[in-house]
Design a protein around this ligand. Structure first.
Ligand code: ATP
Length: 361
């Protein structure tokens, strides 16, 4: 049978984006050698803050079109503190890609690896396995570039919640909970909102309830965002899929990352109906760039999410198996204490962690 070949747009970006991307590509190459049945054709693309500084364009039309034409986008990190647009805002092509490609579902897994880092001492924290779904194309971020300041006296940003995006987002969340239930998950979706105060949030909840009726096999619950923050620290093991507005997801997903070892351990995906982008939750970390100490695990796990998504979308079982192999290898090196990343108080840098994951494959 002919192998499936997937075109991957590879966008390392800035800072440690280059270092963790090199690591993920090495792991992808190694896993492909172990699990046949598919091939990856990576296409390196230049975009980000350094690209803006050098060429005047952070994300050229040509690069955008190539990314759009790919089967999946693998993304490092973009942005540098001293490179800004003339109005002072940061260079963030990842936000442009989310909006322009309709990547409405920001998928942020928060999973404790057995024996791995845990912020909570409670033994039940071993069982943390939740996914935050952050709406990524509207909410408060719809105001990006459109906020107003009047007479240096008053500033306003506007929250936008639309029914079509919410319906797709909630359907995505229920489908994900169903898939997880098939693998032993709780079959639970929690809508996180502030419906007791804001009209937009009451509408968000209403659309959630409408869609929940169409997914009666999955338990649907509500949680106010402030209580959700409390319970994410008090008893995060009780959650399964949590779905929320863009800004709430921005904040709570960092809280989630802290539960399992911080930004170097937090993968993510931005998924739409036609396209998907996979990147670690962290930024370009200019404070440690070029030192070889960046933790590549979040990037490697994001690459595994990409294989899982490609496998499911194109019905290529070997691709999903390769994703599982990477996840198992990461769990092994972290759980067995084979490596101790520098950001978790250890001494192992990017190259040592990459070598250990490849060996564990
Ligand atoms: P952004 O706004 O783009 O998310 P940020 O400036 O908020 O970025 P990061 O670039 O993620 O934040 O860095 C936050 C801190 O976490 C920094 O001290 C950085 O060194 C550290 N950090 C982030 N990612 C990693 C990593 N993969 N390995 C080690 N340390 C990391």
């Amino acid at each position: 049978m002919k192998n499936s070949v997937f075109r991957i747009a590879v966008m390392p970006g800035d800072g440690i984006g280059h270092e963790v991307m090199a690591s993920a590509l090495e792991v992808l190459d190694a896993v492909r050698g172990k699990v046949g049945g598919f091939e990856l054709s990576p296409e390196p693309l230049v975009a980000g803050a350094a690209a803006y500084r050098d060429t005047g364009e952070a994300l050229s039309d040509e690069v955008f079109e190539r990314a759009r034409a790919s089967d999946a986008i693998l993304f490092g990190a973009m942005g540098l503190p001293d490179v800004r647009y003339p109005d002072g805002t940061e260079i963030a092509p990842q936000l442009d890609l989310r909006f322009r490609l309709g990547l409405y579902a920001g998928v942020r897994p928060v999973k404790a690896l057995p024996g791995g880092f845990r912020a909570l001492r409670d033994p039940r924290a071993e069982a943390i396995d939740l996914i935050i779904i952050r709406e990524s194309t509207e909410g408060l971020f719809a105001s990006r570039g459109k906020g107003v300041v009047e007479d240096d006296r008053e500033a306003r940003d506007t929250m936008v919640i639309t029914r079509p995006v919410c319906e797709r987002l909630f359907d995505f969340s229920f489908r994900l909970a169903r898939r997880r239930k098939g693998r032993g998950g709780k079959g639970l979706v929690t809508c996180v909102d502030k419906a007791n105060v804001f009209t937009s949030m009451a509408f968000f909840r209403k659309v959630f309830d409408d869609r929940a009726r169409e997914h009666a096999d999955i338990t649907a619950r509500h949680h106010y965002v402030d209580a959700a923050a409390l319970d994410l620290v008090r008893k995060p093991w009780e959650f399964d899929v949590m779905v929320m507005e863009n800004m709430f997801g921005d904040i709570l997903s960092d809280l989630g990352a802290a539960l399992i070892g911080g930004m170097g351990m937090a993968p993510s995906a931005d998924v739409g109906d036609e396209h998907a982008l996979f990147q670690p939750a962290h930024g370009s970390a200019p404070d440690i760039a070029g030192q070889g100490i960046a933790n590549p695990i979040a990037m490697i796990q994001s690459a595994a999410m990409m294989l899982d998504w490609l496998g499911e979308r194109h019905d290529v079982a070997s691709c999903a198996q390769a994703a599982e192999r990477i996840e198992a290898a990461v769990a092994k090196v972290v759980g067995d204490g084979v490596v101790r990343p520098v950001d978790l108080g250890g001494r192992d840098g990017t190259a040592a962690i990459t070598r250990a994951v490849v060996a564990a494959l």
